[in-house]
Design a protein around this ligand. Structure first.
Ligand SMILES: NC(=O)c1ccc[n+]([C@@H]2O[C@H](COP(=O)([O-])OP(=O)(O)OC[C@H]3O[C@@H](n4cnc5c(N)ncnc54)[C@H](O)[C@@H]3O)[C@@H](O)[C@H]2O)c1
Ligand SMILES: [Zn+2]
Ligand SMILES: [Zn+2]
Length: 347
């Protein structure tokens, strides 16, 4: 089969690799019908993720069709249309049982294994371990082009942003960073009845998208961001401030927007230490949350997408055939210049 193989920093190739096959009785093999690229894949290609080594098939998001089933698999059969999420889970370890499979101890101590610790989804086929507890059947009323965003970016914005931030009816919410993840938070904030959702980004195209995705206001990030946002509230700041960029200054921006008693929900992946004004924050009784997505909200999100409440398909701005995966990477890498959010790659 063909797959996109990582060959060290800056190097990848769509090339022949051994066919994906069932190795454990709990595995299935899925034919990848639709996949996408995540910002994390770009980080891997920069050499930022040391655990990803030469020869690894990239990708951790897919929608596909089951083609082979291990003897112990009960819930899935050949021909089933399934969502392969970014997180794999055994369902039995302590972390899985407390709803935090991002730290599943059985699959490797971390639930994100595709395109990281085992071969991933940017391939014609992928082996899925612990299939019964990891895969989701895709209902008929959800298309591949919608379901693909439930593998990672939508649950991330929802779980690590909206749910961790505890958005409640009437809340004012700021979202710093309107990329796929920030937009996913914007798209799902409305489910909890936020009265105001203020998007903050440096990119005008992203801000236009934010309004289209349900933000009530859009602010171009700059020296007056905090003043501008506070002026849109009762002067005290927002109830929930979501960070979806991953830079020290954007987390500080997010922290500067929150009212006393509010929550800063950090989604961004940080590569360096961040200094925060704790001398001001402590007395404001603010909460700071962070974490790796668990993807446990997928069943909820599938229902909301199926019923039309979440227009997940809006996330896909560019579509490619799998043979054009290099072009897809180029477009995604230069997302701002190409007015791209997420790319859809179909077999
Ligand atoms: N916690 C998790 O489990 C998890 C999962 C997936 C992604 N992430 C992280 O979420 C973050 C967002 O991911 P994404 O795919 O949406 O990335 P993205 O690059 O598509 O979006 C980032 C957005 O931030 C904007 N931005 C850049 N500098 C800014 C600034 N100074 N002020 C305001 N906005 C600014 C960009 O214009 C862009 O729209 C990344 O750090 C990513 O690694 C976390
Ligand atoms: Zn990802
Ligand atoms: Zn587990």
């Amino acid at each position: 089969m063909k797959a996109l193989v990582y060959h060290g920093p800056g190097s990848k190739a769509w090339e022949d690799v051994p066919d994906a096959a069932v190795q454990e009785a709990t595995d299935v093999v899925v034919r990848v019908d639709t996949t996408t690229i995540c910002g994390t894949d770009l980080h891997i290609l920069l050499g930022d993720v040391a655990a990803v080594t030469d020869g690894r098939v990239l990708g951790h998001e897919a929608v596909g069709t089951v083609t082979e089933v291990g003897d112990a698999v009960k819930g899935f059969s050949v021909g089933d249309r399934v969502l392969v999420p970014a997180i794999t889970k055994c369902g039995r370890c302590e972390y899985c049982q407390r709803g935090m499979p991002s730290h599943c101890q059985t699959v490797g101590g971390i639930g994100w294994i595709f395109g990281h610790l085992i071969d991933g989804t940017q391939a014609e086929y992928v082996r899925v371990p612990y299939a019964d507890t990891s895969l989701y059947a895709v209902p008929d009323n959800v298309t591949n082009e919608q379901a693909i965003f439930l593998a990672d970016s939508l649950p991330t914005g929802y779980e690590v942003g909206v749910l961790a931030g505890e958005v409640r009816p009437g809340h004012t919410v700021a979202v710093v960073g309107a990329g796929a993840v920030g937009l996913s938070a914007i798209l799902t904030t409305g489910l909890w009845g936020a009265s105001k959702v203020i998007a903050v980004d440096t990119n005008k195209f992203r801000l236009t998208k934010a309004l289209d995705f349900g933000a009530t206001d859009a602010i171009e990030a700059g020296p007056n961001t905090a003043e501008d946002v506070l002026a849109m509230t009762d002067g005290l700041g927002v109830d929930v401030s979501i960070e979806a960029v991953g830079y020290p200054e954007t987390l500080r921006t997010a922290a500067s927007l929150v009212r006393p008693g509010g929550t800063i929900a950090n989604i961004g992946v940080h590569g360096v230490p961040v200094e925060l004004p704790m001398q001001e924050m402590w007395i404001h009784n603010v909460k700071l949350t962070m974490g790796l997505v668990d993807t446990v909200s997928i069943p909820t999100l599938l229902k909301m997408v199926g019923s039309g409440r979440i227009p997940a398909e809006k996330m896909g701005t560019h579509t490619f055939g799998v043979g054009e995966i290099d072009e897809a990477y180029d477009v995604f890498k230069n997302a701002a210049a190409n007015e791209a959010l997420k790319v859809v790659i179909n077999a």
